[in-house]
Write a protein that binds this ligand. Sequence first.
Ligand SMILES: Nc1ncnc2c1ncn2[C@@H]1O[C@H](COP(=O)(O)OP(=O)(O)OP(=O)(O)O)[C@@H](O)[C@H]1O
Ligand SMILES: [Mg+2]
Length: 451
Amino acid sequence: MKDRIALIADDEPAHRRMLGAALESIGMQCRYAVDGEEAVREVAVFTPHLLVLDLRMPRLDGLGALKRIHELLPTLPVVVVTAHGDIRAAVEAMKLGARDFLEKPIDIEELRAVALDLLDRPGPAARSPAADADQDEPRSLVGISSSMRQARETIRLAARSAATVLVRGESGTGKEVVARAIHELSDRQAGPFIAMNCAAVAEGVLESELFGHERGSFTGAEARRRGRFELADGGTLFLDEVAEMQPHLQAKLLRVLQERCFERVGGVTPIRTDIRVVAATNRIPTEEIASGRMREDLYYRLAVVEIVLQPLRERREDVLPTAHHLLKRLKPDGDPRLSAQVASALTRYDWPGNVRELANVLERSLLFAGNGEIRPEHLPPSLRALCSQQDAEPITETGVRPGVPLEEVERELIQKTLMALGGNRTRTAEALGLSRRALLYKIKRFGLRDG
Ligand SMILES: Nc1ncnc2c1ncn2[C@@H]1O[C@H](COP(=O)(O)OP(=O)(O)OP(=O)(O)O)[C@@H](O)[C@H]1O
Ligand SMILES: [Mg+2]
């Protein structure tokens, strides 16, 4: 039980101490959060094994926190603490995925028993009834940022129609994940999902790959062959890197999209096809159109619905949820964890290769970490450097300039420390030699951001 971490979220210090003592007495390590916002953050960074969550808290209340925590770590067992007789809140919390509840005043014995029981029975991935009702939620696309939520919502709506979808985003942002999600959620799910990377083959080959060919239509065409447009009949055709297509093929594609009809290479018989097209590109369509590489009319045909995936560095709040998701995928039976330093470095790194790079880094790190926690020494050099940077970057090097009002220096120092420590107030207070209370007061007075 010693390596089991419990997170206790309660705004009352005396309560926190009591709950902590009870869980320590069964051998757990405890961490604390004083409000809902902090609870969400601590869950993201420390992936605890158990969360005891008071429902009545400032800033973000327990139910609000529970919703967000559930998105971050759907399997985390949560015990909520409710006011005596507040059965409505307890029921609400259970609906949101809490596994048990305790009424105030807390019976220590009961808490211990509930905790031991939950740790014993990891249970099903706690699924909320809300999630069950939302069968059409694209669950494969992880992320809590508003842009990811919006992407999921658009996928959900697009899946219900037969509209053509254009997915845009840098390499590794999940364009193919989106295409598959649309297919899986659509009424074509039983049909085929056929993918074609338009940049991967020479033009002539691409044409016959897409449209098929009749026997003898060109040297080497010994048999009649069906193309992807035919193979995808009744399903979804994913045209990856569509902007790389040559103009003459763009014209042919446009015609299929308009008429749902085409001929094989060397053929004259029109073939009808019932497909939904999802296309993807990592280029900026307006630029491609301006430079004459992409037909404008094709762009408008493809982008009936457009989904733009933001690079990971522009939605840093998604890094840890995505990392936890990928770790689970890489090690379904294990319990892989990130050290706090690693979590912070991952969040600060720029991820030029986006989620694919994150997946690669985690895979490599797991190799080195074995069954233990992923620590800085398991990371590749570029990320390891970020870990030590945080240590080596003395907090006194925050641009103290002669003649700047002390208050301004203090404000800047606190803000930078908060950012450097991932918004963790307890650690920021420690680093600055302040009491938590004093820090909270200053954050409020200076109107600082702590995210
Ligand atoms: N939001 C996400 N949630 C979960 N996994 C993701 C997400 N985005 C990407 N991935 C994972 O990252 C990897 C890369 O995703 P994908 O292949 O869809 O990227 P892409 O945008 O098509 O990249 P490219 O342009 O290089 O082809 C895959 O392993 C995918 O499962
Ligand atoms: Mg791709």
